[in-house]
Design a protein around this ligand. Structure first.
Ligand code: F6P
Length: 367
């Protein structure tokens, strides 16, 4: 055992942001790997809540992680309510005061007696993990999000499951769309990146795929639908990323962000359905797949990736590689600086072969 590894007695794990299928698989893999090294593992519950309130922590043992690999959600809970290290308070004169809770978080961290933290999260949660790291907490990140928009890794866990669920839904819509000669607009998640729409649209053989990276023109979609009609196909499947917007238009937002949070996106498919019905005269229905893309069992691919990430995070701690994130760099999982992951959002490259192949096959991307 090397010097760094010899100094580790206890580690902590947290899961932050929106849940993603595979969280429990990461937790179990990390706990088993840590236990084999003789380390204890504490679960910090509900994001970073357990740092402030130690009733929100739990010891994770071989027994407590038994049989969880295939389960959705996270056994230690999560939180996606913005930064727990900042509180906003209204003063009596109506101003908003910002209170930095970092000192309390660090005090809570010291009281836990842990030597390192595995932070499993997407961009927001890894920003918070980086903040803790800059304040002296030895952190290793694990890239989680169904959106696949984290840089530094080829893919995040959770993405494959979301694409699989969305693809199955699109497959099911095909037969009913065809039976009724209808257009269906299907809204998938992904926030400001089009990965889920692109991959599920391709796998589900959609006729039109709209992603945030390519603002769409209604006329172009209408042309594609008319072209299909002329070829004898009187129905159409349009996959719409929740962050897709018309050229020169706005994002479809259900609720604007409160301090420190994100806008809640939604309504892009319904907005387009109304426009398409008016422009084509065809019966058009919209569907929002929503959180079923995030819930339930991870696919085998996600279970494997999650376990590789969980075990690799423990190896990174043993090697003293703090301030890093484990990342898939085929054929291996390796570590990259946390800053690589959070510096910018990974969006769909428009000159990549997937987009080019989609164009080659005549699928409409809205431009
Ligand atoms: O980031 C994951 C994600 O599922 C996005 O695709 C989606 O926009 C968002 O989270 C939804 O968040 P919430 O569950 O907080 O509504």
């Amino acid at each position: 055992m090397d010097n760094v590894s010899a100094g580790i007695r206890r580690i902590a794990i947290t899961t932050g942001g929106g849940d993603a299928p595979g969280l429990n698989a990461v937790i179990r893999a990390a706990v088993l790997s840590a236990c084999r090294r003789g380390w204890q593992v504490i679960g910090i519950k509900r994001g970073y809540t357990g740092l402030f309130d130690h009733t929100q922590t739990t010891m994770l043992t071989r027994a407590s992680v038994r049989g969880i690999t295939h389960l959705g959600g996270t056994v230690i809970g999560t939180s996606s309510k913005g930064s727990p290290f900042t509180r906003y308070e209204k003063t009596s004169d109506g101003e908003t005061r910002t209170i930095d809770l970092t000192p309390q978080a660090l005090e809570g961290w010291r009281e836990l007696g842990a030597d390192a933290l595995i932070a499993i999260g997407g961009d927001g949660s890894l920003q918070l993990a980086h903040h803790l790291h800059l304040n002296g907490v030895p952190v290793v990140g694990v890239p989680k999000t169904i959106d696949n928009d984290l840089d530094g890794t080829v893919v995040t866990f959770g993405f494959d499951t979301a694409v699989t669920v969305a693809t199955e839904a699109i497959d099911r819509l095909h037969s009913t769309a065809e039976a009724h000669d209808r257009i269906f607009t299907v809204e998938v998640m992904g926030r400001y990146a089009g990965w889920i729409a692109l991959h599920a649209g391709l796998a589900g053989t959609a006729d039109v795929i709209l992603i945030p990276e390519i603002p769409y023109e209604l006329d172009s979609i209408v042309r594609k639908i008319k072209e299909r009609e002329n070829q004898g196909s009187r129905f159409a499947i349009v996959v719409v990323a929740e962050g897709a917007k018309p050229r020169g238009g706005d994002l479809a937002v259900v609720e604007h962000a409160r301090a420190g949070g994100n806008d809640r996106l939604g309504g892009a498919a319904e907005r387009l359905a109304v426009d398409l019905a008016a422009a084509t005269g065809k019966e058009t229905r919209s569907l929002v797949l929503g959180h079923i893309q995030r819930g339930g069992m991870p696919t085998a691919r996600d279970r494997i990736l999650s376990q590789r990430f969980g075990a690799a995070a423990v190896r990174a701690i043993a090697d003293g590689e703090f301030g890093t994130m484990v990342a898939l760099d085929p054929p291996d999982v390796r570590t990259v600086p946390l800053t690589d992951a959070i510096a910018r959002m990974k969006t769909v490259p428009l000159d990549g072969d997937t987009v080019r192949s989609i164009r080659d096959m005549g699928i409409c991307l809205g431009d």
